[in-house]
Design a protein around this ligand. Structure first.
Ligand code: AGP
Length: 612
């Protein structure tokens, strides 16, 4: 996620903007920039790739003084990290500047329209399109207010915007649609920001803009309107958070914040890709073409840790819908295998960071063997993206907590989209089947929210079981990878020995371990393996194992054999991993909390394992 800061007041904006950007660094970024009006009233934009220090160095030589300005830290979604792609972005005349957090879904079509009208866009970003669309609208309509009403009609996607105009040196503008934006009300000075963290040193009086609202902000007042132009009486709130709480959005830990972000983040993966009307999925030019999709005879999926488990789930998904034979391997193993691969073999690497040493080593090996490399990655511009033939970005925003949650969910989501893209291209997936899957997929965010809103049984289980040291996590089919991922969360953040098994394997040895001190998490959502799972848990129950079931609401059968039930809403069996993993993330989080573990920075672990 990008960070926005804006200032209008009596002081020099430059140091205030830099201080605000420093408070936004925790969000993760790859470049930064500011726009101010210099002494002659001209708009000045300075932006640099890399850390804030690079921006400060560039500014130190300019001695700019301005009573208004915008600042931005960029976490790339469209276009590699670079000076040019950093924000703010301006129009052709250089008389307006825009900073943006979010994703403009229709930026490619707007870009083409603008180029036909002679606009010269210099970056690869979706944000620069906003500046030129606004410029075009203002040619027909000098009223900024009317221009905003037209602008928001043209943009599709999510956006929080900060905008300033050379011709209006007293006024900042803020627009919100799907990405957070807050207005800070100081003494003869006002601010805009992506969250309250950069404001707390200056003011605790804030207005939280709501979706479909825009604001005109001056040093001593601000006016809010909705997208239909009606005036809104906004509530001024007082922020009581300490700074470190503000950085976590009021959550106790980044891991919990990132778990809660998942309903919204999941939608980002679909923006600009899912075409419900055509019951199809389209990827940008970076993706394999339909023709190439038909040419894939065999697919290897590789990854490490959580990314490997996402790949394992991806195997079930792709085999279900595309007819492609899929093999999954740990990246740390794949690289040592003796493989004879046909030209029709593709390798798909999954990685949040795009910097994992074992994953990079494996795709380099695969390239030597003549394979095409596709990757599912979160960090734009990471090494893996630069060494892949095609990339699907998961758009999860920076994942700060070492324990991966939202990255995993968006990796799964990418596989669902890919299965429709390839399944339709290869004639393996009918229009009806694609429509059914996509229609159910878009209901998932509200179902995840349901789980987040019904946590009491999860917290109760965490409280009841957090002292246990050994666990089994059991699943079958689509939810065997879910069991693996749930067990890894427990291991990582609460340091318990949690082992995941394909439930059918228990009778081949592991069941010897079961006794009353060995709780078992069993994934029992409705689907083709439900009956088999029931018979597996009966074997556990017969040996006095303690069973916690992840099941659909009001399942009377399950409740007969288990000690505790954690409910998740029903969905297609194929989509159930997206829901079943949520309580496992929360269970691991709360047990770690009760055990007093360092949840965001677990012992011995790093966020990105760049060593082999
Ligand atoms: C997941 O919670 C862990 N942090 C770890 O397993 C991680 O998934 C693994 O190191 C792979 O990292 P990557 O996705 O950045 O390649």
């Amino acid at each position: 996620m990008c960070g926005i800061i804006g200032y209008v007041g009596k002081q020099n904006a430059v140091p205030i903007l830099l201080e605000g950007l420093a408070r936004l660094e925790y969000r993760g970024y790859d470049s930064s920039g500011i726009s101010v009006l210099n002494g002659k009233g001209n708009l000045h934009v300075i932006k640099k790739i890399g850390k804030l220090a690079e921006l400060e160095k560039a500014l130190s030589a300019l001695h700019l003084r301005s009573k208004m300005g915008l600042g931005h830290t960029r976490w790339a979604t469209h276009g590699q990290p670079s000076d040019l792609n950093a924000h703010p972005h301006t129009d052709c005349t250089g008389t307006l500047a825009v900073v943006h957090n979010g994703i403009i879904e229709n930026f490619q079509e707007l870009r083409e329209e603008l180029s036909e009208k002679g606009h010269r866009l210099v970056s690869q970003t979706d944000t620069e399109v906003i500046a030129h669309v606004l410029e075009e609208i203002l040619k027909e309509n000098s009223s900024v207010e009317k221009a905003f009403e037209s602008l928001v009609k043209k943009l599709r996607g999510t956006y929080a915007l900060g905008i300033m105009f050379k011709k209006d040196p007293q006024t900042l503008y803020a627009v919100r649609n799907g990405s957070p934006l807050v207005i800070g009300l100081g003494k003869r000075e006002c601010f805009i920001a992506s969250d309250v963290a950069p404001l707390l040193k200056r003011t605790r009086k804030v207005i939280y803009l709501k979706d479909h609202q825009w604001a005109m902000i001056r040093s001593d007042r601000c006016g809010v309107k909705n997208f239909s132009g009606q005036k809104i009486k906004s509530k001024v709130e007082h922020v009581s958070w300490r700074l470190e709480e503000a950085e976590r959005g009021g959550f106790e830990k980044f891991m919990l914040k990132e778990i809660y972000e998942q309903p919204e983040i999941l939608k980002n993966v679909w923006l600009g890709r899912m075409d419900l009307k055509k019951s199809d999925v389209r990827f940008g030019q970076e993706m394999l073409s339909s023709r190439e999709a038909r040419g894939i005879e065999r697919l290897f999926i590789i990854g490490c840790g959580t990314a490997y488990y996402a790949g394992l789930c991806g195997k079930y998904i792709l085999e279900r819908y595309t007819g492609i034979p899929v093999e999954v391997d740990l990246a740390s193993e794949f690289r040592y295998r003796t493989l004879k691969l046909s030209p029709g073999t593709a390798v798909l690497a999954v990685s949040q960071s795009g910097e994992t040493a074992d994953t990079l080593a494996s795709i380099r090996r695969a390239k030597e063997l003549g394979c095409r490399i596709i990757s599912i990655v979160n960090v734009v511009g990471s090494t893996l993206t630069r060494e892949s033939d095609a990339v699907i970005y998961t758009q999860a925003g920076p994942e700060i907590s070492v324990a991966s949650t939202k990255a995993y969910l968006t990796q799964l989501s990418a596989f669902y989209l890919l299965s429709v893209f390839w399944g339709r291209a290869r004639g393996e997936m009918s229009l009806m089947e694609a429509r059914h899957l996509l229609t159910e997929l878009i209901k998932i965010p509200e179902k995840i929210q349901w789980v987040l809103d019904h946590q009491d049984p999860i917290k109760a289980c965490a409280r009841k079981y957090y002292s246990y040291r050994n666990w089994f996590y059991l699943g079958r089919g689509f939810n065997y990878p879910t069991a693996l991922e749930g067990a890894l969360k427990n291991k990582e953040v609460s340091y318990s020995h949690a082992e995941a098994y394909a439930a059918g394997e228990m009778k081949h040895g592991p069941i010897a371990l079961i006794d009353r001190n060995f709780p078992v998490i069993a994934i029992l959502s409705q689907g083709g393996v439900y009956e088999k799972m029931i018979s597996n848990i009966k074997e556990i129950e017969a040996r006095r194992g303690k069973i916690i079931a992840i099941a659909n609401p009001n399942d009377k059968v399950v409740s007969k054999f288990v000690n505790d039930v954690i409910e998740v809403p029903e969905t297609l069996e194929e989509l159930s991993p997206l829901l079943n993993v949520i309580p496992l993330q929360l269970l691991a989080y709360y047990m770690a909390l009760y055990r007093g573990c360092d949840i965001d920075r677990p012992r011995n672990l790093a966020k990105s394992v760049t060593v082999e």
